[in-house]
Design a protein around this ligand. Structure first.
Ligand code: S3P
Length: 429
């Protein structure tokens, strides 16, 4: 636990940063590399606490995974070489590890128990357990099997057709991963598109998967073929510096090699709708994932409405977008974001609390928030709620506050952005 005082910085920021690898893609690369046959080399892997939970889980199941700086090398020997873990798997704060691993563990012939930290223990798991149970999985846990700790007894699974009742890529991914082991076909239908990294990566590892509009179908593929993966920078991490460039007058920042998968770029659409000066250059594709450099040049912005199908495309960026909304003229309204209530913390309540403490004019609604700009932010003592994205939002706010921002605890930042404060320092000297 580390308390941190952040001093306001009222000069333009200039510079280039390469944000760490994408969290969602890093998890998926470890999962597929660990069950595939052959050597998988993952470069620009996110060395954050969450992704290391996934690494540790497979190491406990006997997979050789070696880390050399930001490269991970996995010697995959297929699912038949995995071992039943002799100890419970600890997933820390990581919802992605938990939900995706449930999809894998449900189809392996082992008994496993899984648990997590206080935040993860409060997050709903029935959204994943329900479809997996329909596939024949045997999963039990606290509160009628809806919350961690959970036990999983792997079973012969049966393919299903499942329409997602929640806008969740984690649920979609759990069902598709279980579909690798299930008899016949497994089909997932989503009414609102969510991030499709699992689909892209299953394709790259030669699974029998296809997507047609909003339906994705996978057929039993016991043997995946290893492949090398380059993990682009995480747009959810870049988001903090995109907003920094958008709120500090005179700034110009370039974020290099940032993932630009269309299911994740809602923040770019919102910034453009607000009138931001954004340039995207050096666009490339690797493993089905687009990436490129984003340059933001400060300009006055105006308010917008964020709702509907764009929400899953920017769900993790809403805390930092709320900070941005405090610095633009007019009222910004965010709707349809009720999923924020079940993230690492209730992010609607946390964002409203932190920004109110800093002097913003913001109200919570059931499914989002209403922010009246533009307000001068004061500074003050804020709570991170043990949530990395709330802590980083508070740190970025300090760039423009009148007085210091005191963060009660900055340790959650290691979850997704271990070198965040170094990067903040690089552009504020
Ligand atoms: C993620 C999906 C999203 C997101 C989370 C990562 C993933 O969660 O908020 O940070 O990697 O699939 P939901 O699926 O719960 O929306």
């Amino acid at each position: 636990m580390a308390r941190r005082a952040l001093t306001p910085y009222d000069k333009p920021m200039h510079g280039e940063l390469e944000v760490p690898g994408d969290k969602s893609i890093s998890h998926r690369a470890v999962i597929l590399g660990s069950i595939a046959n052959g050597t998988t080399k993952i470069s620009n892997f996110l060395d954050g606490e969450d992704c290391m939970r996934t690494v540790k889980a497979f190491q406990l199941m006997g997979v050789s995974i070696v880390k050399q700086e930001s490269t991970i090398i996995i010697e995959g020997k297929g699912t038949s070489a995995l071992k039943e873990p002799v100890e419970p798997l600890y997933f820390g704060n990581s919802g992605t590890t938990t939900r995706l691993m449930l999809g894998i563990l449900a189809g392996l012939p082992y008994f496993t128990t899984v648990y997590g930290d206080a935040s993860l223990t409060k997050r709903p798991m029935d959204r994943v357990i329900n479809p997996l149970t329909e596939m024949n999985a045997i999963i039990d846990g606290r509160n009628d099997g809806s919350y961690l700790p959970l036990s999983i007894r792997g079973e012969a699974l049966q393919g299903i057709t499942y329409t997602l009742p929640v806008k969740s890529a984690q649920v979609k991914s759990a069902v598709l991963l279980a579909g690798l082991f299930a008899n016949g076909e497994t089909k997932v239908i989503e009414n609102t598109p969510t991030r499709n990294h699992t689909e892209n990566m299953l394709q790259a590892f030669s699974a029998a998967i296809s997507t047609d509009g909003r339906e994705t179908t996978i057929t039993n593929t016991q043997t995946l073929t290893a492949t090398n993966v380059y993990v682009p920078g995480d747009i959810s991490s870049a988001a903090f510096f995109l907003v920094a460039g958008a709120i500090v007058p005179g700034s110009k920042l370039t974020l290099k090699n940032v993932g630009l998968n269309k299911t994740r770029t809602g923040i770019i659409d919102v910034l453009q709708a607000m009138g931001a000066d954004l340039q995207i250059t050096n666009q490339q594709v690797s493993g089905g994932e687009e990436f490129g450099d984003i340059t933001i040049t400060y300009t006055e912005l105006s308010s917008t409405v964020i709702e509907g199908d764009i929400i899953p495309r920017l769900i993790d960026e809403i805390p930092i977008l709320a900070l941005l909304a405090t610095q633009v003229e007019g009222t910004t309204v965010i709707h349809d974001a009720e999923e924020l209530r079940v993230k690492e913390t209730d992010r609607i309540a946390a964002v409203v609390d932190v920004l109110t403490t800093l002097g913003a004019n913001i109200e919570a609604t059931d499914d989002g928030m209403v922010i009246h700009g533009k307000t001068a932010l004061t500074g003050g003592e804020i709570k991170s709620y043990n949530d990395h994205r709330i802590a980083m939002m508070g740190a970025i706010a300090s760039l423009i506050t009148k007085d210091d921002v005191i963060l009660d605890d900055d340790s959650s930042i290691y979850i997704s952005y271990p070198n965040f404060f170094e990067h903040l320092k690089d552009i504020t000297i």
